[in-house]
Design a protein around this ligand. Structure first.
Ligand code: ADP
Ligand code: ASP
Ligand code: MG
Length: 286
């Protein structure tokens, strides 16, 4: 089984989500697909949490409403059949009802983590509706049932392996398994996360836990570049990198990879490939 992680920009537009599904349909190997939230969503959820913490409920409500409108138009464009559209609409309503209820509750750290989790919960459920619409054989594995961190915020690979293997075994007949990146449960059993950009870390951890054939990180650029393309002109992709070199670049700010995401793959000897969702045949860095 391979692990395929798609980042925010890769799922951020309906046509991109459809494109991912078509990539999956071409796959011959079963895949565990890790999804980020739609691009912009986690930033919006951070600001909702900040507004609530500052007791600015009006701004929080405004941000929630704008985000909800975005999801309504997203599912309208993504889904053609009435059945799957209605399903997705109910999902969007359920998650935004939750955010609106939170507005009435006093702020806590735990509550802010619940807010942040909504992005990946929404993206995976909406993507599942699309897979259903096109008749793809899939199952949604809830990350909150198997991704866990201990009291030092370290992932518990052993526990993750046991729980995830059980879920995979229950879905042996499915070609595509979908799960949320970024979110997990902490030692107190509360909803938590692996920090910003943490979906890469989820991908690498689950790849290590299930001994995947490869961990593919699909993003909006053709691999790790020799410099940050947002700052430096004319950067070029680096074709091959050692795990140590990749970890060093990520640690010193190469945003393409979450800095912690290298060690599980390195320790458990899982090859990591960085691929461009928009150009699947572009040079693959690994
Ligand atoms: P995703 O949403 O797929 O996780 P990110 O935005 O987190 O994508 O990471 C990809 C972005 O990382 C690229 O669009 C690029 O602007 C930025 N980036 C920063 N440094 C590098 C680098 N050295 N190589 C490639 N991309 C980099
Ligand atoms: N959605 C989370 C973030 O924006 C995790 C991720 O995309 O990797 O940080
Ligand atoms: Mg990222």
């Amino acid at each position: 089984m391979k692990v395929m992680k798609f980042g925010g920009t890769s799922v951020g537009k309906p046509e991109r989500m459809k494109h991912i599904a078509s990539l999956l349909q071409k796959e011959t190997e079963p895949a565990l697909v890790v999804l980020s939230a739609l691009s912009g969503t986690t930033n919006a959820l951070v600001s909702i949490g900040n507004h609530i913490a500052a007791n600015d409920r009006h701004s929080a409500l405004q941000t929630i409403t704008t985000l909800q409108e975005h999801y309504y138009s997203f599912i309208k464009e993504l889904l053609q059949s009435e059945t799957t559209y209605n399903k997705a609409k109910a999902i969007v309503d359920e998650h935004f009802d939750f955010l609106n209820i939170i507005l009435k509750i006093s702020f806590s750290e735990a509550l802010s983590k619940d807010i942040l989790a909504q992005g990946e919960l929404l993206s995976t459920k909406i993507f599942s509706c699309y897979l259903e619409e096109i008749g793809e054989s899939y199952a949604l594995l809830p990350a909150l049932e198997f991704m866990s961190i201990d009291e030092n915020e370290e992932p518990q690979i052993g526990t993750i392996r046991t729980r995830l293997t059980q879920l995979i075994n229950q879905n042996k007949d499915k070609k595509v398994l979908v799960t949320q990146g970024y979110i997990c449960r902490n030692a107190r059993g509360e909803v938590d996360n692996l920090k910003r950009g943490g979906s890469d870390y989820t991908a690498s951890l689950v790849a290590a836990a299930i001994n995947a054939s490869v961990c593919e990180i699909w993003t909006d650029i053709d691999g790790m570049h020799n410099n940050d393309p947002r700052i430096v002109n004319k950067t070029v992709p680096v074709e091959q990198l050692s795990f140590d070199e990749a970890a060093e670049l990520a640690y010193f700010g190469a945003k393409i990879l979450h800095p912690a995401s290298i060690w599980p793959a390195q320790q458990y000897k899982i090859p990591v490939k960085l691929l461009n969702t928009m150009e699947p045949e572009a040079k693959k860095a690994h």
